[in-house]
Design a protein around this ligand. Sequence first.
Ligand SMILES: Cc1cc2nc3c(=O)[nH]c(=O)nc-3n(C[C@H](O)[C@H](O)[C@H](O)COP(=O)(O)OP(=O)(O)OC[C@H]3O[C@@H](n4cnc5c(N)ncnc54)[C@H](O)[C@@H]3O)c2cc1C
Length: 349
Amino acid sequence: MSNRHLQQQSGPGTADNGPVVILGAGLAGLTAARRLAAAGQPVLIIDKGRSVGGRLATRRMGHAVFDHGAQFFTVRTEEFQSEVDEWIDSGVAEVWSRGFGPTPDGHPRYRGTNGMNAIAKHLADRLTDGFDHVTVVARTEANAIINDGQAWAVTYQGPTREPDVTSAVICTAPIPQSLALLRAGATPVDGLQDLQAVRYHRVIAILAALDRSAELPEPGARQQPADRTFTFVADNQAKGISRDPAVTFHLNPNLAASLWDSDDASVLAAIHEELRSYLNGAAVTQIQVKRWRYSGPVTPHPDPCFVVARNPGPVVLAGDAFANSKVEGAFLSGLAAADDVLAYLHSDA
Ligand SMILES: Cc1cc2nc3c(=O)[nH]c(=O)nc-3n(C[C@H](O)[C@H](O)[C@H](O)COP(=O)(O)OP(=O)(O)OC[C@H]3O[C@@H](n4cnc5c(N)ncnc54)[C@H](O)[C@@H]3O)c2cc1C
């Protein structure tokens, strides 16, 4: 790594700090970026995926469109509500239902109007259109966060990108992946045990394109946490995001864990009969299996974000593994991490 970038760095709070590096362009990373950019801070967001969104994931098979990560979200805080109101005003989110069981509880469940991933795309567009000091880079995988003495260096897999040197890093990858980046940079972590104690559910998603509608009852989804095979089944056509019939099945995390090392054909064979029972006689025209090793925390870390280091600047872990979990938790954690970094950059430290 050259020292060229290092020479561009100076103390916190000065105008010529390099951009804050945010690893992960899921909801936590995009939210943190927005908060920092709005405060005038240059930001570089890096994601290893083909595009932004992370677990706000939507996949296409021809005209069949599937949300295959997060299916919907709820709102419990004023802060998130005002963000969601902006999404609704922009046409990227709307109320889907007020409950998926036989007796809806009346609390709104929101969907991405054109799929959950379109919300992330909207946030990324809002960032790059609204601020000229924000850069979003996809298909680039960080492999270490290194303390260089005067700054942090983020290095990448393969020859895709030169290391970025920065005074602050926010890492929003799932905790085991974040810890691997710190370990690779020989960065010690106080509170490691609490972070390692956060376990994740594994989920396998089955995406089935059909020759005709499966006619799942209104609102086109079943949420059944106690079901031993499928905890969520969603008709993406009834949901309003797919032109063609397209059903997403989420396997119970225990079943997903037991089938994790099986190949796709064996997974499909194991759930074949059960899956057919949801189809009302419709035939499957295409089917795919998608695995989520880190779908969500079993028990989140109690804090909204986690400061790994203060010197030579902050390294903060964030994401849905902290405090509230789920979509809203990822949003709130991104805000908390950005506020922590801003407090440091605006201090005399
Ligand atoms: C199957 C499934 C169903 C779900 N259902 C719901 C639901 O119904 N309601 C709900 O509220 N929530 C649900 N969730 C959870 C919700 O999707 C997440 O809480 C939220 O999207 C997490 O956002 P995040 O930004 O914390 O993490 P992510 O979206 O995972 O973002 C992290 C990003 O970091 C990137 N990354 C990781 N490592 C690196 C690296 N080394 N270099 C560069 N980039 C890296 C990843 O590519 C990813 O884009 C579900 C999740 C899954 C998987």
